[in-house]
Design a protein around this ligand. Structure first.
Ligand SMILES: [Fe+2]
Length: 160
């Protein structure tokens, strides 16, 4: 049997485990949001088609890159990253949307999912700050910035 290498980065194992668990929730929400956005890119209809089709593509492309950063931070903390639909559906706070909603309903679903992902990231902050885990804090800060900005842009489409 090979010996498991130890990790000594200045954050105790039990704390690393809690941060990895929080990041797993963020990964699940981010993946669910990613898939919702790509689904709506495919299925959107109506007078706003071109605007939304292109806007959703920009959003899911950015989100896809972020999934990798979140998963690899979990690995750097010494824990396995979830990577199946089964695990994601258990860990996510976002409900999947059934059927094909109208364009304005798609926008509202995305606002809700962007905000839910921001809340999941924000909930993890106190633990990460207490642990002096700057790389995770930096990642969370970047994700919060993107999700809050994207939620504003989507919300603006629904305003008169
Ligand atoms: Fe496409």
């Amino acid at each position: 049997m090979t010996k498991k290498p130890t990790i000594n980065i200045g954050i105790p194992e039990d704390v690393r485990k809690k941060i990895a668990a929080g990041l797993s929730h963020l990964l699940a929400d981010s993946y669910t949001l990613y898939l919702m956005t790509h689904n709506f890119h495919w299925n959107v209809k109506g007078p706003m088609f071109n605007t939304l089709h292109v806007m959703f593509m920009q959003q899911y492309t950015e989100q896809w890159t972020a999934l990798d950063l979140i998963a690899e931070r979990i690995r750097s903390l010494g824990f396995p990253a979830p990577g199946t639909y089964k695990e994601f559906s258990k860990l996510a706070s976002i409900q999947e949307v059934e059927g094909v909603p109208a364009a304005t309903d798609m926008i509202q679903h995305l606002v809700d999912a962007q905000e839910a992902t921001a809340r999941t990231a924000r909930d993890l902050f106190p633990l990460v700050n207490d642990a002096n885990d700057q790389p995770t804090a930096d990642l969370l800060t970047q994700r919060l910035d993107v999700h809050e900005k994207t939620a504003w842009m989507l919300r603006s489409l629904l305003e008169e």
